[in-house]
Ligand binder design. Structure first.
Ligand code: NCD
Length: 307
């Protein structure tokens, strides 16, 4: 498979076969990751974060360091020349001289695609706008695969802010490569947009919209719950109306399948009961570990250290 030099902007840039190849490499790295890996010695990753992040940025940086590479970048656009009015395209044209690969997070939907058109080095999209977060989708799929042993045949409930959440959009498209039952659970004003649902149906996904967690708790194999994306609401009074409108509690789990797994891209606010953390259903912290491994595999493949 050939990943060398390729951008990764949308999950649909890669085929199912390519995604599964990344999983294969990730599994190999998982077995080796405590050793001193020097696959990317001499390579530099530029991490450009125009929006807040904990996991995505730190796991990309840790992945690069664990593979023996180095990291430059900023996590706070206020400290970079953007604060002086520099355009994204100028920033990219400069940084590509310093690094071998760029990981970019930006509030605008088209930012990563634009950067990829400009840059001569590969761009990985670490989240752009409300639609794209392809590396999160990869690690979500990988978590399901590792924890359930398969993806095909599962009933997966996406819960929460399905309108503004980019992780659920990327994950839904990623799941379209598999034979799954997708249950969408959202408050009425945060339902997944019709165009996206139509798209998924056209891609062959079995989609059902549900109005509450009670409706899915008995049948779900995977619950993927997300926070309300407060910062993406055009009108804050709309946010005030829905905040706190859903919560996965320990009590609800009395009725779930015994091998249910619960995922969350994190950060959580109040939609996921902390009392669930110590149950075997909770896989959201394990998910962050898989995120590190997946990002190691991706960097090694795109930078040509593994073919
Ligand atoms: C998500 C994001 O930035 O979209 N976080 C992440 O990358 N794990 C989810 C979120 O912010 O809610």
């Amino acid at each position: 498979m050939n990943f060398k030099g390729r951008d990764f902007i949308s999950i649909r840039d890669y085929t199912r076969e390519e995604i599964e190849y990344i999983f294969k490499i990730a599994m190999k790295l998982e077995a080796m990751s405590k050793n001193n890996l020097n696959l990317l010695r001499g390579k530099i990753l530029a991490s450009l974060f125009f929006e807040p992040s904990t996991r995505t940025r730190l796991s990309f940086e840790a992945a690069m360091l664990r593979l023996g590479g180095s990291v430059i970048g900023f996590s706070e656009p206020k400290v970079a020349s953007i604060a002086k009015g520099e355009t994204l395209s100028d920033t990219i044209k400069v940084v590509e001289n310093y690094a071998d690969i760029i990981v970019l997070r930006h509030p605008l939907e088209g930012a990563a695609r634009l950067a990829a058109e400009i840059a001569k080095i590969p761009i990985i999209n670490a989240g752009s706008g409300a639609l794209f977060h392809p590396t999160q989708a990869l690690l979500d799929l990988y978590t399901i695969k590792r924890e359930k042993g398969r993806i095909d045949g599962l009933t997966i409930a996406l819960v929460g802010d399905l309108k503004y959440g980019r992780t659920v959009h990327s994950l839904a498209y990623a799941l379209s490569y598999y034979d799954v039952n997708l249950l969408l659970v959202a408050p009425p004003i945060l339902r997944m947009r019709k165009e996206i649902i139509n798209d998924l149906v056209e891609l062959g996904v079995k989609v059902k919209e549900c109005s509450s967690l009670d409706e899915v708790i008995k049948v779900a194999d995977v619950i993927y719950i997300t926070r309300i994306q407060k910062e993406r609401f055009p009108d804050i009074s709309e946010y005030e109306r829905v905040k706190g409108s859903y919560k996965l509690t320990l009590e609800l789990l009395n009725e779930c399948k015994p091998d249910l797994i619960i995922l969350h891209p994190l950060p959580r606010v109040n939609e996921l009961d902390t009392r669930i953390d110590d149950t075997p259903f909770a896989k959201y912290f394990k998910q962050t570990w898989y995120g590190l491994i997946i990002r190691m595999a991706l960097l090694a493949l795109i930078l040509g250290a593994i073919a």
